[in-house]
Design a protein around this ligand. Sequence first.
Ligand SMILES: [Fe+2]
Length: 289
Amino acid sequence: MALTAGFVLVLSFLLFTTFSGFFQTVISYERPSVRGTIYLSLSNDQDSISPQQVHISLVGQDKMRITWITEDETPATVNYGSTQGSNQFSATGNTSSYQYLMYKSGQIHNVVIGPLQPSTVYFYRCGSDSRQEFNFKTPPPGFPIKFAVVGDLGQTEWTNSTLQHIAASNYDMLLLPGDLSYADLIQPRWDSFGRIVEPLASQRPWIVTQGNHEIEKIPVLHSHSFTSYNARWRMPFEESGSASNLYYSFEVVGVHVIMLGSYTDFESDSAQYMWLQADLAKIDRNRTP
Ligand SMILES: [Fe+2]
């Protein structure tokens, strides 16, 4: 009996010493502190027609939307090709801008290019400033495909760390389900966010939807919701039969991706609900199992 009790005591001691480190780790976990906010200004070598805040998003199976902003007017034209400096192809789109309280946005250009080949690097130049050439890689023709998924990106020193991880992941496409810039009504911070993500968002499709920080409605002063988000981050909603940039679907390789909006109506009689029912009914399980 004493032997059994002694054995139990020794076993308990061994278990305690083996796992105490684990329990201590859990008990003593401290959430990393908040890191400082960052703001990225226009660089000195850029002028009023230099493309800035360049990002791309997939349109249909084989096209890409190129979005960029300039301070002054410039043609909504993209020259592109599969070799550096190529003027092989050219496409023209449209330009818009928006007003938010005292803030007036730059010229927001959207150009859809294609058809494009899968798993191919394309080089492109935006507007009439041909000095800066960007490039992106199209998604693969079949599995495997690698998605990077990130939410609440914001613009702090943590954002830089997150972007470094994304860059190292060799991903094909990024999904961002809400809370992009954390501009929170201060519109120049949307511009800063666009500059911070440009090195990655100009190279791979960034497909986004909105979070609460994108609403930016102010009673009496600014009665519309999602003004900046909709103007700056236009997504391929029309292609999926949606009437709103706040919810849509798209297909890439063998995947049917649905991006829903949790800050717009989703009740059973809402437009989003009806659209979702129709979208689910259209899924071809042979193409996107
Ligand atoms: Fe958030």
